[in-house]
Design a protein around this ligand. Structure first.
Ligand SMILES: [Zn+2]
Ligand SMILES: [Zn+2]
Length: 94
């Protein structure tokens, strides 16, 4: 998995940001991605990830694959750029 460490400017939490293999969007890795679940509000930042693990789909693509409706997809797409600790958006690219 290719992921870069990025520190949240708001709360100082160290996060890992990966690029979606499907659409190339940046998203924050959370415990949900490691478990193969959709990200929930309670999910935490990933401190380390298993070496050799496949890069998961971003929240938007994973939600699409799970059959979420448009409103839920839009909110998943916004949420994937937020820090899991303070829920502030901190990835500036698309
Ligand atoms: Zn994606
Ligand atoms: Zn934060």
């Amino acid at each position: 998995m290719d992921a870069i460490g990025l520190t949240c400017r708001h709360c100082g939490t160290e996060n890992f940001v990966a690029e979606c293999p499907n659409d190339g969007r940046s998203f924050v890795l959370t415990t949900a991605h490691l478990d193969g679940r959709l990200r929930e509000f309670e999910d935490r930042p990933v401190e380390e990830f298993p070496p050799g693990a496949e890069t998961p789909l971003c929240d938007f693509c994973a939600g699409k694959a799970a059959g979420l409706g448009l409103a839920e997809l839009v909110s998943a797409g916004l949420r994937q750029k937020t820090c899991p600790a303070c829920h502030t958006e901190f990835i500036s690219d698309g």
